[in-house]
Design a protein around this ligand. Structure first.
Ligand code: AMO
Length: 395
């Protein structure tokens, strides 16, 4: 018998429990039952005890033939597993992924609350584009068009002027037709924003947060990591994490991997795969070209071609992006124009900069991707209860 806490052996000998209970326990796999009885020590049973039943109730039956194997003996195809997700999540390996997520989310909250951050909740239905991209899902809001929020960006920046250090754990929506093992259309992110801070302060918070959360997981999730065969390889990374500017990364790629990327171009997945051979753990890439960062990122004061925006990588995978923000309204309006966006569409956001907006910086981190890094599962769809992709809207 399996429950939230693991397996329990129910031992029913006919001459001990009687014929009625003996017959009731002729059950199918995944039937839902209630058993009352006496626990007895039994070293050979899972968890060292067995249950001798005195009452059995059959609450619900499962079909004899299940659509997927959840015992781990045979692998079912991922799409078939996701079609039967409720059942799939009874597989101990999948349970382990989400028990780890549970500890991760609690650790994030514990750490940030301890550092005097205030948890915020921002709207997910918005009137206009957050970041100006084309990745918006339009919806009907009564008789008007509205959108699903693609990021907490604008609201967390506004709220930083009231609460100084804020964070949000929430959903955002990306209408990207990317069919990769790291992209989803509905993502759950950690958003941070800190007043009177720059990108370096945010990087310091991030590396300490990651160190803390990994330490908690190593302490609290031994059996889960073992069930995922991650116990030996799971890493509590040392801090500080190395920092290589975008330009240094291009040099590194050229010198060590013979991979040439012209300055100003994006680093391809193929190039990141090469980088992972040189930098397998966590590393920051600051000083990206301004042309590749959004309008709210501040320019380098000495060289406006360069931004004060950074990414945090774990090997080949981008986990975080963030940076120092523009806090001056005129500069922000100018940068919107430079990105071919219309400041009039951002009027209500710009108004928040009229009332003494402090200098600030922040970042956004994808929880699904963090869970990939921790658990070693290969596809982000396995790290989400009910994934949303261009091809999947149910269950
Ligand atoms: P960005 O768009 O880089 O930045 O997103 C932040 C982080 O969210 C995760 N992520 C995704 N995960 C899965 N599927 C996707 N389609 C997807 N898109 C993003 C990544 C990424 O690093 N407003 C800025 C953050 C900031 O500057 O504060 C933003 O949204 O892990």
């Amino acid at each position: 018998m399996q429950d939230k806490y693991g397996d329990v052996q129910v031992t029913a000998k006919k001459d001990v429990v009687g014929e009625k209970i003996f017959n009731q326990l002729n059950l199918g796999f995944q039937d839902c039952i209630l058993v009352r009885g006496k626990l007895k020590k039994f070293a050979k049973a899972p968890n060292g005890v067995e249950l001798i039943p005195s009452e059995v109730k059959i609450l619900n039956k499962a079909p004899e033939k299940l659509p997927i194997d959840i015992t781990g003996v045979t692998d079912s195809e991922l799409d078939l597993r996701l079609d039967n997700r409720v059942l799939d999540l009874r597989n101990p390996r999948n349970q382990a992924v989400f028990q780890i997520q549970h500890v991760l989310l609690k650790s994030i909250r514990d750490y940030l609350c301890d550092q005097n951050f205030t948890e915020i909740v921002t709207p997910k239905i918005i009137g206009s584009a957050t970041e100006g991209g084309t990745e918006l899902f339009p919806i009907m809001y009564f008789d008007k068009e509205a959108f699903l929020s693609q990021s907490a960006q604008l609201y967390k920046e506004q709220l930083v002027s009231d609460f100084e250090k804020v964070f949000e754990l929430g959903a955002c929506y990306r209408a990207e037709k990317s069919r990769t093992k790291r992209h989803l259309c509905e993502i759950y992110t950690l958003d941070l924003e800190i007043a009177f801070a720059d990108q370096h302060d945010v990087m310091n918070v991030l590396e300490n947060l990651i160190h803390y959360c990994h330490t908690q997981i190593k302490e609290k999730c031994e059996s889960e990591l073992k069930s995922l065969k991650r116990w030996e390889t799971f890493e509590v990374p040392e801090v500080p994490f190395p920092r290589y500017s975008y330009t240094e990364i291009l040099h590194l790629l050229e010198k060590k991997a013979n991979f040439k990327i012209p300055w100003g171009e994006d680093i391809s997945t193929e190039a990141y795969r090469e980088l992972e051979k040189i930098l397998p753990s966590f590393y920051f890439i600051p000083d990206w070209p301004m042309s590749m960062k959004p309008f709210y990122i501040m320019k380098n004061q000495d060289d406006p071609k360069i931004s004060q925006g950074f990414d945090l990588q774990k090997g080949w995978l981008e986990l975080v992006s963030g940076g120092t923000r523009v806090h001056n309204k005129e500069v922000l309006a100018q940068q919107l124009r430079e990105k071919k966006l219309n400041p009039a569409s951002f009027e209500s956001h710009l108004r928040a900069f009229d009332f003494g907006m402090p200098p600030h910086a922040g970042c956004g981190l994808g929880i699904g991707r963090w869970l990939l890094i921790i658990t070693g599962v290969e596809d982000i769809r396995e790290a989400i209860f009910f994934p949303r992709t261009p091809d999947r809207l149910t269950p």
